[in-house]
Design a protein around this ligand. Structure first.
Ligand SMILES: NC(=O)c1ccc[n+]([C@@H]2O[C@H](COP(=O)([O-])OP(=O)(O)OC[C@H]3O[C@@H](n4cnc5c(N)ncnc54)[C@H](OP(=O)(O)O)[C@@H]3O)[C@@H](O)[C@H]2O)c1
Length: 249
């Protein structure tokens, strides 16, 4: 891949899909800014890579000032930005009637507004280098999602942002999305559901996935990196690519 020497910012880089994306980029020779609220998991993702290649930058992306500061710090360290991966996400499942209003705000803050703040802050640098954005949304943004309606709505909104910005920012900046199906990550430990409900949910998800298993974070990361790589995807923008074991087929 032609990612060697390029510069990227990945949110939610301390776990799951974001960690797999960051490691794939680092292993390709890229320089990567890792963003998430907690410093320790970001450092674990950075592993043995030196400061010349990796920056662990704690930030809450739902706060505009912190999102802007993360982009500024990345540019101060690496001097350019070839790609932004909006991967950080928050999932609170359960019927709307029982939802905590704070969770509803928080899902929109992390899943929709955070990516918008980051794209806004990164735009001059992305334009300067003809870079690209990849948003990690969800099949939940394409399917009806009873008992996770706000999560699905926040991801549908990010799909819409992806398509509209692809046109608004063309031809200099490409904007695409990957829509994962169920992927085995720490997200399932933090859904706000009782453990037996999580177990039932995991079973249902496998049963409703034609390929009959959870995806691996690395299987999503590969598609994110293909979309970032101009050698593969220079003529791809506004694409919403399901990587979901057939769940939306
Ligand atoms: N796993 C699945 O089945 C699945 C399916 C479809 C889509 N997705 C999407 O894939 C993306 C990655 O999720 P994952 O499955 O890898 O789950 P995960 O391991 O829980 O990752 C979520 C990441 O987002 C970060 N984050 C949360 N709130 C943040 C905030 N306010 N500011 C900055 N970072 C924040 C978390 O780090 P901190 O807690 O340190 O901030 C964490 O590293 C999410 O957008 C998710 O919606 C996942």
């Amino acid at each position: 891949m032609s990612l060697d020497g390029k510069t990227f910012l990945v949110t939610g880089a301390g776990s799951g899909i974001g960690r797999a994306v960051a490691r794939r980029l680092l292993d390709s020779g890229a320089r990567v800014t890792l963003v998430g609220r907690r410093q320790d998991p970001l450092k674990e993702t950075a592993g043995l890579y030196t400061d010349a290649y990796v920056l662990a930058q704690p930030a809450d992306i739902s706060r505009p000032a912190e999102a802007e500061d993360a982009v500024r710090t990345a540019l101060d360290r690496f001097g350019s930005l070839d790609g932004l991966v909006n991967n950080a996400g928050l999932a609170r499942f359960g019927p709307l009637a029982e939802a905590d209003p704070h969770d509803l705000d928080a899902m929109l803050g992390v899943n929709l507004l955070g990516p918008a703040h980051l794209i806004r802050a990164a735009l001059p640098a992305l334009r300067a280098g003809s870079g690209s954005v990849v948003n990690v949304t969800s099949v939940g943004g394409a399917l009806a999602m009873p008992n996770r309606a706000m999560y699905g709505a926040s991801k549908a909104a990010l799909n819409s942002l992806t398509r509209s910005l692809a046109r608004e920012l063309a031809p200099l900046v490409r904007v695409n999305a990957v829509l994962p199906g169920p992927v085995d990550t720490p997200m399932y430990d933090d859904l706000g559901l009782a453990p037996e409900k999580v177990e039932n949910l995991r079973k249902d998800m496998v049963e409703s996935t034609p390929l009959g298993r959870f995806g691996k974070p690395e299987e999503i990361a590969a598609w994110v990196c293909h979309l970032l790589d101009p050698e593969v995807s220079a003529w791809v923008t506004g694409a919403l690519i399901p990587v979901d074991g057939g769940r939306t087929s």
